[in-house]
Design a protein around this ligand. Structure first.
Ligand SMILES: NC(=O)c1ccc[n+]([C@@H]2O[C@H](COP(=O)([O-])OP(=O)(O)OC[C@H]3O[C@@H](n4cnc5c(N)ncnc54)[C@H](O)[C@@H]3O)[C@@H](O)[C@H]2O)c1
Length: 271
């Protein structure tokens, strides 16, 4: 039975992915530190049902703790790592860049080191569309130069792409770096716009809009992201010498105004 190790497995994407893998009868090992970036009770709730599953095991630990990571690799025969644990979000990274560096860069390197020493050869990891920063050319393409990050968060994700390449070259680790574009759907992080705006509308509160609402972005439904992650895992497992960066998103951006209208329509249909 294939064993998947998911970092950040109590989060929005990680818990949805865990659920899907358990349904497919795989073994799922999770690490999560239940940090307070948003209410940890939401994360507890995300994994409440998963914990009842015999093929699910959770370690409540921090990826910055090298010994904790080593213990997980010592105790489990891991086939593939899905590294989703991170401090996410552009704005908060400007407030606390050192934390972002420690979790996203040092934490990632701890995972890579333990993969190396335990001979685990497959890694699928979350990067972000934030690496495109102020790129004006659309649609964004993976071969565009993204050396000019405009937030600490984006810089850590770009650094992850570079460091994982080092481990790929030196230690034959297959790597798929997936650049996600704002993911939405059930369990979406409360700091993200669709969740935030929906709560505001339900409470009859005003929605804060930066600019005139014409700025557009791509949104990707959580099930599509989970499918993309699982397909990337299969690709890693079935192939050798893999290092790829992939935009896992759509190419039909919608404007902020349009998005707010769509939420409004959806809520009207509900009441
Ligand atoms: N959701 C999106 O729209 C989006 C877009 C682009 C990239 N991403 C990336 O995808 C990944 C998952 O995002 P998400 O939306 O599910 O976020 P999330 O915050 O819901 O999940 C991340 C999980 O990682 C855990 N975590 C954070 N620091 C940790 C640490 N030091 N040790 C152990 N666990 C830790 C958190 O407790 C959380 O449960 C992240 O790497 C994020 O940067 C997400």
């Amino acid at each position: 039975m294939t064993t998947y190790f998911i970092t950040g497995g109590a989060g929005f994407i990680g818990s949805t992915l865990s659920e899907k893998l358990l349904k497919k009868e795989y073994k799922v090992i999770v690490i999560d530190n239940f940090c307070d970036f948003y209410n940890p009770k939401i994360k507890e709730n995300n994994i409440k049902d998963l914990e009842k599953h015999e093929n699910f095991k959770i370690y409540r630990a921090d990826i910055r703790d090298r010994q904790a990571i080593k213990k997980i690799f010592d105790e489990n025969k891991i086939d593939i790592v899905m590294h989703l644990a991170a401090m996410a979000g552009v704005r908060p990274s400007i407030e606390n860049p050192i934390l972002y560096q420690e979790v996203n860069c040092m934490g990632t390197q701890n995972i890579l080191e333990e993969m190396k020493s335990h001979g685990v050869k497959n890694l699928v990891m979350a990067s972000s569309s934030s690496v495109y920063g102020n790129c004006k050319e659309v649609p964004f393409k993976e071969n565009m130069i993204v050396d000019f990050a405009i937030s600490p968060y984006a810089a850590t994700k770009k650094a992850n792409e570079v460091m994982t390449h080092v481990y790929h070259k030196l230690f034959d680790i297959n790597v798929m770096m997936l650049r996600f574009f704002t993911v939405y759907g059930p369990k979406q992080r409360p700091d993200l716009a669709i969740n935030k705006f929906t709560r505001l509308m339900l409470n009859n509160e005003e929605i804060p809009m930066f600019g005139d609402g014409t700025t557009s972005r791509d949104y990707t439904y959580i099930d599509d992201i989970v499918d993309g992650i699982i397909k990337s895992c299969n690709y890693c497992i079935e192939n050798k010498n893999v290092y790829e960066i992939i935009n896992l998103g759509n190419s039909s951006p919608i404007s902020l105004k349009e998005m707010i209208n769509k939420i409004g329509q959806a809520l009207r249909y509900r009441t």
